[in-house]
Design a protein around this ligand. Structure first.
Ligand code: SF4
Ligand code: SF4
Length: 174
């Protein structure tokens, strides 16, 4: 499902923004010819709000605030299909990574709460969530032992925490 139609305010175009993205990511938004191959294959776009071809177009136009403030950029599943199949060699996923980093850096309040909770969980236990029991269609609950699965080897949470904190995640999860 796409966002409702929105009027583009030409006075807000930032012509340096696409050039900066091209320079920083090596991905060139100006060669996109809007074939929408990326959107038609996009894993997230099938079930979520993400319209990756629109994001690439918005970047090329210089709609900096729109893309940095967009909730869509947080729904990418990083499947890489857009990069694999773009006939023009545009790397939309690299652009998404760039936009997410810039949005965090600029303090834009678009990071979904679920994302923050996942990061907090990684800092705490090294996983995006604690291991869950499986619930069957009859609402019976099974743990790994009952399913005869081996014990999970837990990651070194303290090491992950130190790495995340060094990358500046503290201000994201505060
Ligand atoms: S597949 Fe490539 S050229 Fe086509 S719309 Fe997406 S980014 Fe643009
Ligand atoms: S990497 Fe993200 S934007 Fe690209 S196709 Fe996959 S989900 Fe869509």
């Amino acid at each position: 499902m796409n966002e409702p139609r929105k009027v583009v305010d030409l006075s807000k175009l930032d012509y340096d923004f696409p050039k900066y993205i091209k320079q920083t990511t090596g991905s060139n938004p100006f060669v996109c010819f809007t074939c929408r191959t990326c959107s038609s294959l996009c894993t997230s776009g099938k079930v979520n709000v993400l319209n990756i071809a629109k994001i690439v177009r918005q970047i090329a136009l210089g709609l900096k605030e729109d893309v940095l403030g967009s909730k869509e950029i947080w729904t990418c599943a990083t499947c890489m299909k857009c990069q694999e199949f773009c006939p023009q060699g545009v790397n939309p996923l690299d652009m998404i990574y760039f936009l997410q980093n810039k949005a965090v850096e600029s303090g834009m309040p678009t990071i979904p709460i679920a994302y923050i909770e996942m990061v907090k969980s990684i800092v705490r236990i090294g996983l995006i969530q604690a291991p869950q029991e499986v619930i069957s269609a009859d609402f019976d609950e099974f743990d790994r032992e009952e399913l005869e699965l081996p014990d999970l080897s837990m990651p070194d949470a303290e090491k992950i925490k130190q790495i995340l904190l060094k990358t500046g995640f503290r201000h994201v999860i505060k």
